[in-house]
Design a binder for this molecule. Structure first.
Ligand code: GLU
Length: 316
């Protein structure tokens, strides 16, 4: 059965690679509030796609932290509660395989034998913003790629051909965005040489099949969105609304990572109540004018996307 499209569906899609921090809680809270205010459904999907970095114990811990904070989900989670499961990416490999085959049949994918070192050696010296742009070393001369021309004896990644054209969308917070994938990232990986599925492919398939209409996440993923929209269009999926949130930074103005112990849930839970943590995030996010402890449900009625700042939130 297709999900009910008349009400919005949102999701929180944590990677269980460590304990959540204040930034993750901010994302979860805003997504939850937006959906609850609209009377929609909030899904918890466990993005344990990277077998080396994901741990089941962290997924359990994430669920426990969300419940403790009062951010409960209507569908998903480890228990696979819902009709669009499974909700753990590690259990969805057959689904990814089916859609990869669909894209491959259109002749837009090719095997790539480059190692990371090969790719780094082709980067322009001025490429200092950390972005890696694939220069097309393994790209076949012409498209569509026919199966018979594919030499796949050695381990290889599968790359997706990208067009030299602008992909645009309107972000709910950052407004009009546009990216030319050929310039901004080049042909990108759908499946890694070690067999692991790429986030870009899995996230699109999951959001589309789970009926997600509103994607809320940190703006470190803003540049990924054009790649994902390209996949949405190739597969004929309906595109969701995107809202990329400003990042939460520590007092040194660095974006929080799972390594920032002081603002991780393990530390926060030792010293604060759930109401204090939610109140702190709501205050940082401009949802309440003065700090006071509160529960997520207290914030639903007054929630308004226009209150959320665009600049990074600094935790002091
Ligand atoms: N799994 C990603 C993370 O934890 C989030 C992906 C997304 O929201 O699209 O950073």
């Amino acid at each position: 059965m297709r999900p009910n499209q008349s009400l919005p569906s949102g999701r929180f899609a944590p990677s269980p690679t460590g304990r959540m921090h204040l930034g993750n809680i901010f994302t979860a809270l805003i997504s939850w509030l937006s959906i609850k205010k609209a009377g929609g459904k909030w899904i918890l999907r466990i993005e344990d796609i990277d077998p080396q970095r994901s741990k089941y114990e962290y997924a359990i811990q994430i669920e426990d932290d969300l419940r403790w904070l009062g951010l409960t989900w209507d569908e998903g989670g480890i228990a696979n509660n819902g009709e669009n499961g499974p909700y753990r990416q590690s259990l969805r490999q057959d689904i990814y395989d089916k859609y990869l085959r669909k894209i491959t049949e259109s002749g837009l994918t090719y095997p790539c034998f480059c190692t990371r070192a090969d790719i780094m050696a082709t980067q322009a010296p001025h490429q200092s913003d950390g972005r890696v742009i694939y220069q097309g070393t393994c790209r076949p001369e012409s498209l569509p790629v026919k199966k018979t021309t594919i030499r796949s004896d050695k381990p290889h990644a599968i790359r997706l051909f990208v067009p030299d054209e602008e992909i645009s969308f309107t972000d709910k917070i950052f407004g009009m965005q546009s990216s030319n994938l050929a310039h901004d990232c080049g042909d990108f990986v759908l499946k890694r040489a070690d067999g692991a599925w790429a986030y870009q492919l899995a996230v699109v398939i999951d959001d589309a099949l789970m009926g997600v209409t509103e994607v809320v996440r940190g703006n470190d993923l803003l540049l990924s969105t054009a790649q994902q929209l390209y996949i949405y269009r190739l597969l004929g999926f309906r595109e969701p609304i995107h809202a990329h949130l400003p990042l939460v930074c520590n007092s040194q103005r660095q974006r929080l990572s799972k390594r920032d112990q002081a603002l991780s849930m393990s530390e926060l839970r030792k010293f604060h109540s759930p109401e204090e943590i939610i109140g702190q995030v709501a205050f940082m996010a401009n949802l309440i004018p003065l700090y006071h402890p509160c529960r997520p449900t207290d914030l639903i009625e007054s929630f308004d996307w226009d209150k959320i700042p665009r600049q990074h939130l600094i935790q002091v």
